[in-house]
Design a protein around this ligand. Structure first.
Ligand SMILES: [Zn+2]
Length: 234
């Protein structure tokens, strides 16, 4: 199972601006928290950006398509004089997407309803990342940046963290993700393999040579250096 998590906007594109906040920063903070909650599950997640960089809508969709993602979730913050939560799917979305989106919407909306914010519903729009992705894709509009009451949560790390937990937990339930068991040596090896840091399968009890260790560390360092350039991981 592979999820591409799309953090809207970035770099020269701030997205919506209000209440002293920029959408690109809020969705990055929120998204990285969603990513960290998803670490608890047996799933591979690729973010479309990990820093404040500009990524085109085409590149976001292409990242998901070329990696054969099973699910695409785009995180945004709303603006324009409303409050609460709404989500979007493409008008031509197939039934599988409609079902996943409806279930995820209910899960995330519960977070808002519990705190007295309106659930504005699951809507349809011909948005580029929804149109150009080949897999079930949803876009979540979290709060309104120009509503002072909404912005208070967006500016509050603890509140954002609870929202991230609701989004990650919702995705896990809707997509049927299994919890990672700690102390699962074979699972840890499999994770390294999925991440491309080791090649092939390894016996958890086998000894590691210096040559193998050096190869793994160099792959890791190559990747870190590449990410230091500011582009996406994966
Ligand atoms: Zn946006």
């Amino acid at each position: 199972m592979l999820i591409v998590l799309d953090f809207g906007h970035g770099g020269r594109d701030p997205g919506a601006v209000g209440s002293g906040l920029q959408e690109k920063d809020v969705v990055l903070t929120l998204g990285l928290q969603v990513l960290s909650f998803l670490e608890e599950y047996e799933v591979r997640v690729i973010p479309t950006r990990t820093g404040d960089v500009y990524v085109s809508l085409e590149e976001r969709a292409e990242l998901a398509n070329k990696n054969g993602a099973d699910f695409f979730c785009s995180l945004h913050v709303n603006a324009g004089g409303g409050s609460g939560f709404e989500s979007f799917i493409h008008p031509d979305a197939p039934q599988k997407t409609r079902m996943i989106a409806a279930a995820l919407h209910r899960e995330v909306a519960a977070f808002y309803i519990q705190r007295g914010f309106p659930d504005r519903g699951l809507k349809r729009a011909d948005l580029a990342v929804l149109r150009k992705t080949n897999m079930p894709a949803v876009l979540l509009e979290n709060f309104f940046i120009d509503s002072p009451r909404d912005a208070a949560c967006l500016a509050d790390k603890a509140c954002l963290r609870e929202l991230a937990r609701a989004i990650a937990g919702g995705m896990a339930r809707v997509l049927g993700l299994k919890k990672r068991s700690s102390g699962d040596a074979a699972g840890e090896i499999e994770r390294l393999r999925e991440r491309g840091l080791i090649i092939g399968n390894h016996d958890p009890d086998a000894a590691v040579t210096w040559g193998e260790l050096a190869a793994v560390l160099n792959r890791l360092l190559d990747r870190l250096e590449k990410e230091g350039g500011g582009t996406t991981g994966g």
